[in-house]
Structure formats: C-alpha cells, structure tokens
Ligand binder design. Structure first.
Ligand code: F0G
Length: 353
C-alpha cells in the first residue's frame, strides 16, 4: 500500500517546485470527502451533499496545503524568518511548518478575537505571538509594512505559493468523485481559498480530467461581508472569528471566481451559521469550527430558494477547520451536562428509564 506523501509530492506536476525545492511537509491533504446522508435527506430537492473535511489536516485546517508550499519555497530561498497576520489558522499552520523547517516564525493576531485552540497552537509550536490591539485587517497591513521594509518572508495568501498549495483540495475532490461537482460551497474571509479552488478546478478541467466546472458559492458572515456589500467593512463583527475580515486581500480574484463560474457570494447570519454548525455535528457526526459551517448555512439558505437545479445536484461544502479549535463556542451553545451523585437511580432519572 502506498503511503500519502503530502500535497507537493502527490501533485508535483501541477506545482511550482523543482528538484532543488526542499519539501517541508507534515503529510497534509488526502482529507476525506464525506457524503452527508442525513442532511441531504433533510434538505430534499434530490440534493447530494458532500463535505470536504479540511479539519483533518495536520494542524486542523486547510491552511496546511498552502503552508507546505509557502514554507518549502521560503526554505529554498534561504528565509530566516517568516511572518503572517492571522485570525488563527494561518498562524497555527505557519508556526507548525516553520518549526518543522527550522525557520523562526512571528504571527500577528487580532487581540481578543482568536479561538482558544488556535492560540494554543501558535504558542506551543514556538512562534513569537504578537496580539495586535485592532482588527485582522490592521494586523495584515502592519505585516505587509514589515515585510516591505525588513528581511522577512510573508506567508499570508498574498504569497502566491499559498494559493498553489490550496488548489490541491479541488484536485482531490475531482480525483474522488471522478468529476467536479455541480456546486461548490465555501466560506469566504480573506478570499484566498475560493480563489485557489477555482484555479484548481480550472487546471483539471483544461487537462480533460473533469467534464464540467462547478458553480462557486461563497459565503461571508453577515456582519463581515465586504464582498457582498461591495465596500470595506471597518469594524467587522461575527462569532465566526476565522472570517472576521473587512477588507479581504483576494477580493478581486474571489469576484472573478464567482463571475466566471456563474456562482454567487452571499451572506449568512451568525444564527444561521450556528444552526448549521450544530446540525452538522449532531446529525452527521462532523465537528467543524463555526466559520466552516458558513458553507452549509449558505447551502441551506439557497436550497430554500430552489437554487440547486443543475445536473446531478452534487454540492461539495468545504469544512475549512476542526471544531476542536474553538471549544468555547460548542460548550456555550449546548445544554450543560447533568451532574449526578454516583448512584444508578440518579442516572435512571436523567434517562427517563
Ligand atoms: N474558514 C476558516 C476556518 C479560516 O480560518 C479561514 C481563513 C476561512 C474559512 C476563509 O478562508 O481567508 O481563504 O477566504 N482564515 C485566515 C487565517 C484568514 O488567518 O487563518 P479565506
């Protein structure tokens, strides 16, 4: 049996690497595409819902696909320090891959807006963690200024190697189902991932490896939806902290993905996100982080409007990050555990037996 070698080795022919590139990998990729029988049935309309569970990457998010590329190229170029601004997942991936590569790493996080698990990751992987008093957008601007003036390598999605690595998720989907799905639903924050998937689907299509291209359906959180509103949001608000971004870097290419695919980018409310988040865990057994559930929340909303009518009505939702990244959110929306004395009678009472 062949072992999975990580996205660079598996998709080398599609990536800008050479024999000289040292491959920095934690064996990211090869994440499962899980069919959701229960939610598909609940939504009706002959929908076939699949979940690309990116939470099962080495640091628990899709960022590892881009980071293996960015860090390998940084190592090839002899980088000593890598930096990024992040809502928590990019920083976790940067810190882990930098540790693996033996490169120093500094991460800039919006103070008070980072989920607990993500903070723990950046700290334990040994990055220098800098909490900036202000939004992600401010932290990103500072990081760009720093990288312009000092000898540090930026590994945000302005680094084109990040997009190259992330496009491999689209390859895996086509490799798994034998074609592109009719629709692809995805949360949108800094807008790199929707850009990357669209690039990946197009590359496979042009090589004749898929017969069709999906309509790209991006979803932003309503309180933080600059692309939907068509203007920068100065003070974005949402419980989905991963996508709490008011001025996305890849704004233009996300619009291009939407328009070229004849898809859409729309908003979902925090309430809709949380309902989708809980539904996915409790009916399919898949625990993703709140921002990730924006993709399913959007599908539920668009299905009510009978949006999904093409072909076999296959909809792939990218679930970008693992639920354990943000345990506080899960605990806060669920009912509390029953505390009982260590007696069988007490348990029987709780179970109504
Ligand atoms: N979902 C999760 C869990 C994320 O962490 C992000 C982005 C997105 C969706 C949106 O992806 O930015 O490519 O549109 N997180 C970045 C970070 C901003 O710093 O971790 P995008």
């Amino acid at each position: 049996m062949a072992y999975w070698k990580g996205v660079i080795e598996e998709y080398r022919a599609y990536l800008p690497v050479t024999e000289k590139t040292p491959v920095i990998t934690l064996k990211e990729g090869d994440t499962p595409l899980i069919y959701g029988p229960n939610i598909s049935k609940k939504l009706g309309n002959d929908l076939k819902l699949y979940f690309k569970f990116e939470g099962l990457n080495p640091t628990g998010s899709f960022k590892d696909r881009g980071m293996t590329m960015a860090m390998s190229k940084a190592a090839e170029d002899g980088a000593k320090v890598v930096v990024c601004a992040s809502t928590g997942n990019t920083s976790a991936a940067a810190a882990a891959y930098a540790a693996h590569a033996g490169i120093s790493c500094a991460v800039f996080l919006p103070h008070g807006s980072i989920a607990l698990g993500k903070m723990a990751q950046s700290l334990i992987y040994g990055a220098k963690v800098i909490a900036v008093e202000g939004s992600f957008d401010k932290a990103l601007k500072l990081t760009r200024e720093l990288a312009d003036k000092y000898p540090v390598t930026m590994v945000n999605s302005n680094n084109p190697y990040r997009i190259e690595g992330q496009k491999t998720a689209a390859f895996e989907i086509v490799d798994t189902i034998g074609d592109a799905p009719e629709y692809h639903a995805i949360p949108v924050g800094n807008a790199g991932n929707i850009t990357a998937y669209w690039k990946g689907y197009n590359e496979y299509y042009k090589k004749g490896l898929s017969k069709q291209l999906p309509k790209m359906c991006g979803f932003q959180a309503a309180g933080s939806a600059p692309i939907v509103l068509g203007k920068i949001v100065e003070d974005p608000q949402t419980i989905a902290t991963a996508i709490k971004i008011g001025n996305p870097y890849s704004w233009k290419s996300a619009e291009a993905a939407r328009d070229e695919s004849r898809g859409l980018i729309e908003a979902v409310t925090d309430q809709e996100i949380l309902e989708a988040y809980q539904l996915l865990a409790s009916t399919e057994g898949i625990f993703c982080e709140p921002a990730s559930a924006a993709s399913l929340a959007g599908v539920i909303k668009k299905n009510k409007q009978n949006y999904f009518v093409d072909g076999q009505r296959r909809v792939v939702c990218t679930l970008t990050g693992h639920g354990l990244k943000d345990p506080d959110r899960a605990v806060s929306i669920c009912s509390k555990p029953h505390v009982v004395k260590p007696e069988l009678d007490e348990i029987l009472k709780v179970l109504n037996l």
